[in-house]
Design a protein around this ligand. Structure first.
Ligand SMILES: [Zn+2]
Length: 219
């Protein structure tokens, strides 16, 4: 904890004073650029991988960047989505998975969480992705884990579309959805291209969107 406590002191005495004008502008209200849904994993830092600032990302985090389908679990995830869309006027939602994800590994190997009933129940929301990933019988276990991460992002995007606030905004063509995978080992982020049906690199000229949605091509 020493490291974190010293960090707070440094923030209060050095970082905040240097950027007081910036923080003053955020006091009245927030205008986030996107809703960012990602894993709780400590190695995924949304503002770092998007090179963005406080106020830029309205964030939901949980084990496995999961979005329960509407009506399944009326909890914090659903409430935060509704608030982001209805109150903050969010028009871009990113679901960001990541490589080496412990939650996705556990989802692929349910025996490993047999003694953790809450985790096991939570990961049931990724079951459709698991079934798809298990179908890649010619791949190694590690490769299937990567497919699992990607398919889980797509499954959670499907769940996201069941939320009324999102469905209505999509119908009005006022919402874009994005499916990303952060590769920890390479420092890259791939984005699901709904037109091509695959995860591709982003560029200044091409920001792939998960909408319109098309079934993924077999590898
Ligand atoms: Zn994770």
């Amino acid at each position: 904890m020493d490291v974190l406590t010293k960090g707070v002191l440094r923030f209060e005495t050095e970082i905040y004073p240097q950027r007081k004008d910036f923080f003053d502008k955020l006091i009245a209200r927030q205008f986030p650029r996107a809703l960012f849904i990602t894993c709780s994993d400590s190695r995924v830092v949304p503002n770092m991988i998007t090179d963005s600032e406080p106020g830029d990302l309205f964030t939901i985090r949980n084990a496995g960047n999961i979005v329960p389908p509407y009506g399944e679990a009326m909890g914090g995830v659903s409430a935060s989505i509704e608030y982001a869309v209805m109150v903050l006027g969010i028009k871009h939602i990113i679901i960001c998975g990541h490589t080496h994800c412990g939650a996705m590994h556990a989802a692929m190997h349910p025996d490993s969480v047999a003694q953790m009933p809450i985790v096991r129940s939570w990961l049931n929301h990724a079951e459709s992705a698991r079934r798809i990933a298990l179908g890649y019988t010619d791949l190694s276990s590690d490769q299937r884990d990567i497919i699992m991460v990607e398919e889980n992002v797509l499954a959670q995007l499907d769940h996201l579309r069941t939320h009324p606030s999102v469905a209505a905004a999509l119908a009005r063509q006022e919402m874009e959805l994005y499916g990303w995978v952060f590769d920890i080992a390479h420092g890259t982020v791939l984005s699901y291209d709904g037109e091509q049906g695959e995860f591709v690199p982003m560029s200044e000229h091409h920001m792939p969107k998960a909408t319109p949605h098309r079934r993924r091509r077999a590898l």
